[in-house]
Design a protein. Structure first.
Length: 73
């Protein structure tokens, strides 16, 4: 049995970077929601923070859906 170490390293690198990017995106969403809570007296900043947080969560959902699609197909 021969292991293709280059392919294994490539899969590891892509998986690690995708995981870090997804966690960072979710964290940005949580930070945006917390900024929304603290910026309720500023109308425009609170709306922008909430919109950015929802966009981050939507991108997380798209990434997870794409991953499930890749696994199933």
């Amino acid at each position: 049995m021969k292991i293709d170490w280059a392919a294994l390293g490539s899969v590891f690198g892509v998986s690690l970077s995708a995981t870090v990017a997804l966690v960072a995106l979710f964290t940005l969403g949580l930070v945006g929601l917390s900024k929304h809570e603290s910026a309720t007296e500023q109308g425009g900043a609170a709306t922008l923070a909430r919109s950015g947080a929802y966009a981050c969560f939507a991108l997380c959902a798209v990434a997870v859906t794409f991953g499930i699609y890749l696994i199933v197909s």
